[in-house]
Design a protein around this ligand. Sequence first.
Ligand code: UDP
Ligand code: MG
Length: 322
Amino acid sequence: MNTVTNPVIALVLPCYNEEQILPLTARKLASELQRLVDSGLVSAQSKIVFVDDGSCDSTWSLIEQLSAGDSVFAGIKLARNYGHQYALYAGLMETEADALISLDADLQDDVAVIEKMVTSFRAGSEIVYGVRNNRESDTRFKRYTAAAHYWLLSKMGIETVPDHADFRLMSRRAVNFLGEYREANLYLRGIVPLLGLRSDKVYFSRGVRLAGESKYPFRRMLSLSLQGLTSFSIVPLRIISVLGMIVFFIALGLGGWALAATLFGPGTVPGWASTVIPIYLLGGLQLLAIGVAGEYVGKTFIESKGRPLYQVEERLGVERAD
Ligand code: UDP
Ligand code: MG
């Protein structure tokens, strides 16, 4: 049970070049938060924390203005652009609150669901996942690729919450647990279910981006998807070994057959295809295997450097959690 009566909550929003929507987001969230404070659900100390992920537009100066005008707004400026997952991680690690709710700055995540998350937290949940109940606001392409991604993950034994992105509530304890996962290849959606603790789901329908454009073009979606696969599973390696084994046995069988045909039958026709095709086949397979192995070697390389995951350049109205 989370016995904190009026929990201090923090809404954590990674922002990368969001000048077009930030003022609207700030206004909407502030009024929603005020409503929660007024209804006695959360403490008046609650905050809205914008994490500027190295934006090159006026995002940070907007955050400065907001926090100067109202103490509910706080800001964390990262030293450069680290990417959504790292900005989110930074926001969670650097903010002191009883419960932290992460959401996108473009308000695609339904603000009205925050109340349900808090209610569930007060009833004892340590992690509350925001799950989309439809994908109508997505393009057909994004819908299919997302479905393929979640299908692959589940086939490889990686536990994720389908249709849950990064809209979630985490208790202080869950965030502390998360802080102990020191991996450079961050895929939060994969790590959070590993934390255990009592969890809950709330459903919402995801809207369209109200202003500005998506910072996740296909290239970045693909890289996030690969990150999720290769950071959590060695199944790709195993598939290669199984494939190699199958090919090996087929080749063995073919060899036996050719030998038998020569010894007891009319012999095989010396063919071009039977020589060249296996060369291509094996060549391709070997390259693929080297590529997959290389992917993991690359990850080991990056992890072994132990670089900081993020660095904070400036802080406005937020204390670092201890
Ligand atoms: N974002 C970020 N750093 C980046 C890219 C994106 O902090 O390098 C933030 C962005 O400002 C937004 C959230 O991550 O708040 C999700 O990005 P976006 O809305 O562009 O993704 P989509 O909803 O299109 O998947
Ligand atoms: Mg978005």
